[in-house]
Write a protein that binds this ligand. Structure first.
Ligand code: FEO
Length: 389
C-alpha cells in the first residue's frame, strides 16, 4: 500500500497484514491487522509516529523513499508491532531523534537495544513544535503497556492513539466511517488487550476527555473519522454496567457436562436470560473474551480429569482471570466418574474475578433428575441476582 493522504500535513503509512492469523502467539486474528505509522510534515520539522512490525519494515522504507529527512521518530508504545522497526528507521535517518515517554526509554533500550543518546524523553503534557503545528503528549499508561502515551495534533484535532481504540482489522478503507464491523473488531481488541486495565482506562478516558477530537488515528485498523462512536463504545465497555447475560465456557468428554450445559442454557432462556455458550475445544477465544466484556455471570463447565478440571478448562479459566472482566457472579458445573477436586481447583484460579459464587453443581456419571433440579435452582438464583442489576 502506498502512503495515503489524511491532510496536507499528515500521511498514513504502514503495513496492512491481511494474512496474519495469530498475535503474541495467543490472540486469534480472524481479520488480519494493520500496523499504522503516520508522517507529519510541519513547516520546520518532519516527524514519523510509530513504525511497523519488523516483518513489514521493507514496506515502510519504500513509503519513506522520497522523504529525505526525519527529525523526530515518535514511539507511542514500545511493543514490537509498532517499535520493532525503530532501529532500522534510526539507521536510515541518522539525525532523527527518538521521542518517547520516561518509561518507554527503558523498554526501548531493553527490547531493541536503542542507543540512549538517540532518545529524547517527553513528559506528560509536554508539547513539541513542528513549526506551524504542535504535538501534545499525554501519558496513557497500560494501553497497553505501562509506558504508553498518545499524541494530539492541536491544529488538526487528530489524536494519535496507538493501541488505544485500535482494532485488529485488515482493510483497504482508510476511515472507519459508520461501518459497524469496525466497532465489532474494536470490541474484540478491547476484550483481548485492554479489558484487564479497565480501571486505568477510565482515568485515561478522563485525561483525553476535554480534547476536541476530529479524528482518532490508531496504530491498528482504520482511522475513526466519526470518533464519537468509538468513544461511546469505550465508555460503555469500561463502565460498571453489566448485561442480563450468562457466559458458559465448557468442555465435555462423554456427554455428561454437555447435557448439563444444554439443560442450563434452556433453563436460563426460559427465565429470559441471554446465554452465550462456548465449547472450548473449538472456540475462538477472542469471541469468548468479547462475550465477557459485559456479561453479569460466568458459569464454567468441566468434566473431571485426574481429579481436576479438564486441562483446556483450566487454561481458559486462567485466561479469563487474567482478562479481569467485570462479571459479578460465577458458578461451576460439571461431572466426574468417581471423585473430583475440580471445583476447588477452578475456584483457586479466579482470584481476579470479584464475583459471588452462586453455586456448584457437579454430577456423578450421567446427570439425573436431582442434578437437573439443582440446575433449575441455579437458574433461579441467577435470575434473582440479575433482577438487581
Ligand atoms: Fe499493538 Fe501493544 O501493541
Amino acid at each position: 500500500m502506498k502512503p495515503r493522504k489524511v491532510s496536507e500535513r499528515v500521511q498514513w503509512m504502514g503495513a496492512i497484514d491481511w494474512n496474519r492469523r495469530l498475535f503474541d502467539s495467543l490472540i486469534p486474528l480472524p481479520d488480519g491487522t494493520s500496523y499504522n505509522a503516520y508522517l507529519l510534515r510541519g513547516s520546520e520539522k518532519t516527524t514519523l509516529i510509530d513504525t511497523v512490525d519488523p516483518a513489514k519494515v521493507d514496506i515502510l522504507l519504500e513509503q519513506l523513499r522520497d522523504i529525505p529527512q526525519i527529525d523526530y521518530l515518535i514511539s507511542l508504545h514500545a511493543e514490537q508491532d509498532h517499535s520493532g522497526s525503530i532501529p532500522t528507521i534510526l539507521e536510515a535517518y541518522p539525525h532523527a531523534q527518538l521521542i518517547c515517554s520516561q518509561k518507554a526509554q527503558e523498554l526501548l533500550i531493553d527490547h531493541l537495544h536503542v542507543a540512549k543518546e538517540r532518545i529524547k524523553i517527553v513528559n506528560d503534557g509536554e508539547k513539541l513544535s513542528l513549526g506551524d503545528c504542535t504535538l501534545a503528549f499525554i501519558y496513557t499508561p497500560w494501553v497497553h503497556w505501562p509506558e504508553t502515551m498518545v499524541a494530539y495534533l492541536e491544529e488538526e484535532n487528530i489524536l494519535f492513539s496507538c493501541d488505544f481504540f485500535g482494532s485488529h482489522l485488515a482493510t483497504s478503507d482508510l476511515y472507519a466511517g459508520d461501518d459497524p464491523y469496525v466497532c465489532e473488531a474494536a470490541k474484540r481488541y478491547y476484550a483481548e488487550i485492554m479489558m484487564p486495565f479497565r480501571s486505568i482506562i477510565k482515568k485515561n478516558m478522563e485525561k483525553i476527555g476535554d480534547l476536541d477530537v476530529k479524528l482518532i488515528a490508531p496504530s491498528h485498523g482504520p482511522i475513526y473519522n466519526k470518533p464519537q462512536c468509538i468513544l461511546d463504545y469505550y465508555r460503555n465497555w469500561i463502565s460498571d454496567t453489566v448485561a442480563n447475560k450468562v457466559v458458559i465456557p465448557y468442555i465435555s468428554m462423554h456427554g455428561s457436562t454437555e447435557k448439563m450445559v444444554e439443560y442450563l442454557v434452556s433453563s436460563l432462556a426460559e427465565r429470559d436470560i441471554k446465554v452465550e455458550k462456548f465449547e472450548l475445544s473449538s472456540t475462538d477465544i477472542g469471541k469468548l473474551a468479547m462475550a465477557l466484556v459485559d456479561a453479569a455471570t460466568i458459569v464454567i463447565g468441566t468434566p473431571t480429569v485426574h481429579f481436576g478440571p479438564h486441562p483446556i478448562v483450566f487454561s481458559v479459566t486462567q485466561l479469563a482471570n487474567a482478562l479481569k472482566p467485570k462479571v459479578k457472579y460465577a458458578a461451576i458445573i460439571g461431572s466426574y466418574g468417581w471423585g473430583t477436586k475440580a471445583v476447588e481447583q477452578i475456584a483457586g484460579l479466579i482470584p481476579n474475578l470479584k464475583v459471588d459464587v452462586l453455586d456448584t453443581v457437579m454430577c456423578k456419571g450421567y446427570p439425573r433428575k436431582e442434578d437437573f433440579e439443582a440446575l433449575d435452582r441455579l437458574a433461579d438464583k441467577i435470575k434473582e441476582k440479575h433482577a438487581l442489576l
